[in-house]
Design a binder for this molecule. Structure first.
Ligand code: F6R
Length: 428
């Protein structure tokens, strides 16, 4: 399998500086092919390439992103057949569509692994370019797994924050690196670019490999970006959910199923109504009726979970470390139950309601034991508000006072933390 790294960005953003930095890493020991496509402009300077001692094949075959996608695929095939590289680095034209290149690679039928998808964005020009080159620029931001915000040493901290916020409106789950490139260690940079795990890709791969997959799903702000990308992939016909079964983690008690904040509504508005999943395959705990009716529904959900075999469970994390709505103090052996929500949880979630009084006091949730039975777990943590939560999670202590710590005892967990949520760790 040949690794493919795409380094996109507008002319002058700093793609070449980044590529040169990468060439000074362990990449130097690999067989690398470079495909670059800057009209009339040689992105990476020839003398540097010669001196680097890396064998590099350059092909300039028209615009790889616009009309000549077919040629691009042929060029890729020829390159692989004749040169057999370990890694192909693609530096597309600045005003090209990153999505076109990604789909050309995905649909090429060649043995390629999309490894790095990075867009270099000039911090000082981000806003202006978004206004002037909307479509191309947005596409490069939206499709990237990592954005390297360049020239941040030349702009104010406020401008950096504004640029990050702007980028997040188009790509809420992207990792943004804001440290000036000259301060970054090449190996560290490469590790970060390569290790960016796209939850969306993992989920989509799962469904592609097994169209009858069972997914455990979460609500809240954390998975919204993931759901948007899943919908996009579905619209692009990359994946179908027609035979997928889903189980949600939890549901509030005391509000109607059609209440805008019910998790039933959330899931339909943010995912189910936009893809081809069948309503009969969707399972969300039912939390309506009398106390004994809710208890009976809890038991039934628990039985259904025991029979279901969840392939991937998506999780967010509460500020207090809850998973699902398993609040601090919950036994690790707990199965589906009616939980009294912690005050911290109600406070955190009041942003979705008009006032704290409207936030339900109880919910039905999968228990920790149910969650731990999933074959693999993907957790998404984002935002400054979760910075201290991440510190506690990564402390390594497994305790019922911090329910998410149980994940240390699961053998297949991927946790994706954005820079804001990780910020208290980098200060330590
Ligand atoms: C949601 C759920 C909760 C949330 C957690 C984080 O179904 O079970 O555990 O994942 O409260 O919520 P957000 O993402 O809104 O910060």
């Amino acid at each position: 399998m040949v690794k493919v790294d795409i380094i996109s960005g507008f002319l002058g953003a700093g793609k070449t500086t980044l590529i040169q930095k990468l060439f000074k890493t362990k990449i130097a020991n690999e067989k690398v092919a470079l495909i670059e496509n800057e009209f009339g402009e040689i992105g990476v300077d020839g003398a540097f390439l010669k001196n680097s001692g890396i064998e590099i094949k350059e092909i300039n075959s028209g615009c790889i992103c616009c009309s000549l996608v077919g040629n691009f695929e042929d060029a890729l095939r020829e390159l692989i057949d004749t040169y057999r590289p370990d890694r192909i680095i693609i530096e597309p034209s600045g005003v090209g569509k990153l999505s076109d290149i990604i789909s050309a690679i995905k649909n090429s039928g060649l043995n390629l692994k999309l490894n790095v998808i990075c867009t270099v964005v000039d911090g000082g020009k981000c806003k202006m370019y978004l206004n002037n080159f909307g479509e191309f620029y947005i596409d490069q931001i939206r499709e990237a797994n990592t954005i390297l915000l360049s020239k941040t040493d030349k702009i104010s901290e406020q401008k950096v924050i504004e640029a990050c916020e702007l980028i997040k409106t188009y790509n809420p789950t992207v990792t943004i690196i804001t440290t000036p490139i000259f301060e970054l260690d090449g190996e560290f940079l490469l590790e970060n670019l390569e290790e960016t795990v796209s939850l969306v890709d993992l989920l989509i791969e799962q469904v592609k490999n097994n169209p009858r997959s069972t997914l455990g799903l979460a609500t809240g702000s954390s998975p919204i970006g993931t759901y948007q990308k899943i919908i996009e992939a579905y619209n692009n016909k990359e994946v179908s959910f027609k035979d997928v079964t889903t189980y949600n983690l939890d549901e509030y008690c005391g509000i109607d199923i059609e209440h805008p904040q019910s998790y039933y509504r959330f899931m339909h508005d943010n995912l189910f109504d936009h893809v081809d999943v069948k309503e009969q395959n969707v399972h969300i705990p039912s939390a309506r009726g009398t106390k004994s009716e809710i208890q009976a529904q809890c038991n039934a959900y628990n039985e259904a979970l025991k029979k279901a075999s969840i392939d991937i469970q998506l999780l967010g994390i509460g500020g207090n470390g809850h998973i699902g709505f398993n609040e601090p103090g919950t036994s690790f052996e707990q199965e589906t139950f009616v939980v009294t929500l912690a005050e911290r949880t109600r406070e955190d979630n009041k942003r979705f309601f008009n006032s704290i009084d409207e936030v339900p006091t109880h919910a039905v949730t999968m228990g920790i034991k149910n969650i731990m039975q999933a074959k693999s777990i993907l957790m998404l943590i984002s935002g400054k508000g979760k910075a201290e939560t991440v510190v506690k999670l990564l402390s390594g202590e497994v305790t019922t006072d911090f329910p998410a710590s149980i994940l240390y005892r699961h053998e297949d967990v991927t946790i994706v933390v954005d820079e804001d949520a990780y910020s208290a760790m980098t200060k330590k």
